[in-house]
Write a protein that binds this ligand. Sequence first.
Ligand SMILES: [Zn+2]
Length: 81
Amino acid sequence: MAAQCIACGMPMEKDEDFALNDRSKSYCRYCARPDGTMQNYDEKLAGMTGFIVRTQGVTEAAAREAARTMMAGLPAWASKK
Ligand SMILES: [Zn+2]
């Protein structure tokens, strides 16, 4: 059964999709810090904002708003509103 990253929603199918290639992790390698722990809300928001700016060519403010909306629907950030 495919897992889904709790922090960004990415489907995780292969071992290398998981943080540290560890299938017991509930988040993906893009949401992990180099030491394997999960990024916090601000780190992930900054990362997603940068990604959206680069891929969609929108302003930083618009990208941040889009990232916030995306993250609001994910289990890792359910307590953040
Ligand atoms: Zn992720």
